[in-house]
Design a protein around this ligand. Sequence first.
Ligand SMILES: NC(=O)c1ccc[n+]([C@@H]2O[C@H](COP(=O)([O-])OP(=O)(O)OC[C@H]3O[C@@H](n4cnc5c(N)ncnc54)[C@H](OP(=O)(O)O)[C@@H]3O)[C@@H](O)[C@H]2O)c1
Length: 302
Amino acid sequence: MGFLATTGAFALVYVAARLAAFFYRLLCPVKLNIKKFGEWAIVTGSTDGIGRAYAIELAKRGLNIILISRTKEKLEQVAKEINEKNSDVHVKTIAVDFTKDSSIYTTIREEIRGLDIGILVNNVGMSYEYPELFDKVEDSAKLVQNMIRCNVDSVAYMTQMILPDMLQKRRGLIVNVSSVSGRRPVPLLGLYSGTKGFVDLFSRSLAAECATRGVLIQSLCPGFVVSKLSGIRKSSLFSPTPEQFVRSAIDRVSLPFTTGYWAHELQDFGQSLLPDFLSNKLTMLVLGGVRAKALKKRNKGQ
Ligand SMILES: NC(=O)c1ccc[n+]([C@@H]2O[C@H](COP(=O)([O-])OP(=O)(O)OC[C@H]3O[C@@H](n4cnc5c(N)ncnc54)[C@H](OP(=O)(O)O)[C@@H]3O)[C@@H](O)[C@H]2O)c1
């Protein structure tokens, strides 16, 4: 075979493999009964947005729930809501702030001692107040500490706490909430993108380590979802509500990597076709606009 024909054959195989992986993820033919993993599910950052929707949906599907978040009153409110709709489900709440030092993990360990944890959803996360150049972020040392503790440490420490028992029982599911922003560079949200990149690679590495040992680990990389963090108030084709998003994501837990939602899968595939320089330019343009708007609003308020 000549050089051109060989190159063409390799290119065809590559394109076919990428398309096959894309369609498999889009359609996700393997649906799992999530009750088989164990009696209790832990959800971090569970009083709002995606985490709250996970807690409510997992309870609906028959799991007892451990809610972990910062604000006690909001935790009690979500627990009440779950109990009103599912009287046979037990709910436990743990109020901790994931930006604090690692002693919070001793508290969590004590609170969950003896419980059969089948599912862990590492959802808690924070982002910038508005997109900004890293060197121009206000109080950047604090942001670095808080964001790494909240977005990175929480995933690593919670997994380190829960995974050994799951492996011993040879059953369990860990969903680590990354983001499409963790899949490629996001200028003006550099630190956020970096923390989510950690979550994605950490999860996919562990997924490979655990594949034959009975425990599923998933890197979940959503696009925009309506929430406080995203600042998106109204749902649309590419920005589902947390409830729509989570119903779809739970049906995709068999996948070690997924965006969780069909429209985000299309978006991620499209973005992966762009060369970095173009993707970076577009992101700078779009997020630069968001930054300008946020600054204008802030200056008006002063
Ligand atoms: N929404 C999106 O478009 C989107 C896209 C991709 C990825 N994600 C990821 O999805 C996850 C959830 O995001 P979301 O949009 O649902 O956020 P959200 O609506 O702002 O909710 C965040 C939740 O985390 C809790 N929380 C925040 N900081 C905390 C801390 N320091 N300690 C303890 N709890 C804390 C909040 O509790 P309080 O109520 O007490 O503040 C709340 O329950 C994040 O990891 C985010 O990066 C979101």
